[in-house]
Design a protein around this ligand. Structure first.
Ligand code: SF4
Ligand code: SF4
Length: 82
């Protein structure tokens, strides 16, 4: 029997705020846990998980200032609103 998976729809591992639709999408498979976004966010939107990766703990504080996604060396952060 041929084992041809065919178009195996590319799966994207992503995470938005744990509270559902959020201001940002963080692509954790790109994130290397450098902590820049957590440190640079002027509004303390992020906390870090135990691996040092950002968690969008306070999405309501995000002003879409762009600092996090402009400084992320791995371009792992994308705005959901811009
Ligand atoms: S866009 Fe600005 S306010 Fe929003 S999480 Fe990123 S650094 Fe913080
Ligand atoms: S700046 Fe980018 S790579 Fe660094 S912790 Fe944040 S999301 Fe991850």
């Amino acid at each position: 029997m041929p084992d041809t998976p065919g178009e195996s729809g590319q799966q994207t591992t992503e995470s938005t705020s744990s509270s559902g639709a959020g201001p940002l999408t963080i692509y954790f498979h790109w994130c290397k846990a450098c902590g820049i976004c957590i440190s640079f966010c002027p509004n303390q939107v992020f906390t870090s998980d135990r691996d040092g990766k950002p968690v969008i703990s306070y999405p309501d504080k995000c002003t879409q200032c762009a600092i996090c996604w402009l400084h992320c060396p791995d371009m792992a952060i994308v705005s959901n609103e811009k």
